[in-house]
Design a protein around this ligand. Structure first.
Ligand code: 6PG
Length: 471
């Protein structure tokens, strides 16, 4: 393995961290960046790392690599990837491997994988999570597409390790690696939102930022232990220059780069009710309407009742909602895998998120066990362990939502998660009425509980109601 060469294009922060990680693991990293000056200063800035080889021209970059060439792209998703490929591909040979390690849209990776395969070039669309520190010292890596056989060793070497297992495994064909990374980010949005709701409730019930940090530390000692819980406690303890908590000075308008929205758009297109992820994305959108909210705050009335809720109850609401958000993420993976015949295996995906990535959490050990015990598990909520955890949490979870509603505090993710849970465990929902209404005004027909599925009926509900069944 030592002294094998890997090419890397793109020296933004993730590219730099990944180059150093590869070099630490014995690989010579041949580097190309659009601006050669960045390459020079990066190499000069890391004099102790002798395995970094800078190149200023793409021809030289390609020429420095052994065949089959292995090239990792760490450039911005979208047009930048397209531009680099246009430059690079004509200089490559059949058998070479391109790894796209950015946050590319999965359908782009699917297309690129197919197009490049016609040239014999293997394209591995690879989700990488963990931010700068993860990329530097061990990210979670989700490769999909072609070329795994060439990239298994280096990617496994640089990935995070949990219980001796690398957080890196081939996900499936085409764009599946980036698809699973997109779902990771959808879960990340939801996880951040459920934590933010706990923060809102804890602050609204009179706790200081420091006291709230202490509560998060306590929560983080149990089943809720996670990277995001840990950084939340750390954030709440940071003071601004005047000694006040810095977090309270941050404008409450959340930004988003789009991977959460992609997840929800994908869920809508597949008819999958990933409600917690959707609420998390939309809660960011609502937060971004800062001026409108400030205006409305002076006009619209809410209740004046104080928030009455116990710390333990918030912990349970957080726990139950978090389980639902994972359940929804895996529902979407399952649906897409079926639609595209990817044969994705949750039992191989869950363990990749135990370390290195933003959503790493103790709960992922139990999720991994759930899918390893039953690879065909249709929904995480049906796993006996998680069914029990939610059952034990539900009284507190319901209290928190009721208390928040009475006090006028929004908890969209907790509410969406509970409504999903209740909807999912309800054998008969009121959708029969919706079907009747559709048939009344549009003759859209309905199925009957006392007849076979697939048989459609129409009723002339009233004089003037629709008469002609639509096809
Ligand atoms: C990761 C992160 C990473 C990035 C998000 C932020 O897994 O390392 O998810 O990909 O920080 O894209 O997304 P937003 O800017 O949309 O919050």
């Amino acid at each position: 393995m030592a002294d094998e060469r890997i090419g890397l294009i793109g020296l933004a922060v993730m590219g730099q961290s990944l180059s150093l990680n590869l070099a630490d693991h014995g690989y010579e990293v041949v580097i190309f960046n659009r601006t050669a000056e960045t390459t020079r200063s990066f190499i000069d800035g890391n004099p102790e790392q002798s395995r970094l080889i800078g190149t200023a021209e793409i021809e030289r970059f390609v020429g420095e690599l052994d065949r089959p060439r292995r090239i990792v792209l760490m450039v911005k998703a979208g047009e930048a990837v397209e531009a680099v490929l246009a430059h690079l591909v004509p200089r490559l040979d059949a058998g070479d491997v391109i790894v796209d390690g950015g946050n590319s849209f999965w359908a782009d990776s699917e297309r690129r994988s197919e197009q490049l395969a016609t040239l014999g070039i293997r394209f591995l669309g690879t989700g990488i999570s963990g931010g700068e520190q993860g990329a530097r010292f061990g990210p979670s890596i989700m490769p999909g597409g072609n070329g795994w056989e060439e990239m298994r060793e280096p990617l496994t070497a640089i990935a995070a390790k949990v219980d001796g297992e690398a957080c890196c495994d081939w996900i499936g064909p085409g764009g599946s690696g980036h698809y699973v990374k997109m779902i990771h980010n959808g879960i990340e949005y939801a996880d951040m939102q459920v934590i933010a709701e706990a923060y809102h409730l804890l602050r609204a019930s009179g706790r200081s930022a420091a006291e709230t940090a202490a509560v998060f530390r306590r929560f983080g000692e149990g089943s809720l232990s996670s990277y995001l819980m840990d950084i939340t406690a750390q954030i709440l303890e940071v003071a601004d220059d005047d000694g006040e908590p810095l977090v309270e000075k941050i404008l409450d308008a959340a930004a988003q780069k789009g991977t959460g929205r992609w997840t929800v758009e994908d869920a809508l297109s597949r008819g999958q009710p990933t409600t917690v992820i959707a609420e998390a994305v939309l809660a960011r959108s609502l937060s971004a309407l800062k001026d409108e909210r400030v205006h409305a705050a002076s006009r619209l009335r809410g209740p004046s009742a104080p928030l009455v809720v116990e710390e333990r109850e918030i912990e349970q609401a957080l726990l139950a909602s978090k389980i639902v958000c994972y359940a929804q993420g895996f529902m979407l993976i399952r649906a897409c895998s079926g639609d595209l015949s990817w044969a994705l295996q949750p039992a191989r995906i869950a363990p990749l998120w135990r370390g290195g990535c933003i959503i790493r959490a103790r709960m992922l050990n139990d999720i991994t066990s759930a899918y390893r015990n039953d690879p065909e598990l249709s929904n995480l909520l049906l796993d006996p362990h998680f069914a029990d955890v939610i059952d034990n949490a539900q009284a507190a979870w319901r209290n928190v939502i009721a208390a928040a509603a009475k006090a006028g505090i929004p908890v969209p993710a907790y509410s969406a998660a509970l409504s999903f849970y209740d909807g999912f465990r309800t054998a008969r929902l009121p959708a029969n009425l919706i079907q009747a209404q559709r048939d009344f005004f549009g003759a859209h027909t309905y199925e009957r509980v006392d007849r076979d599925r697939g048989e459609h009926f129409h009723t002339q509900w009233a004089p003037g109601a629709a008469t002609t069944p639509s096809s």
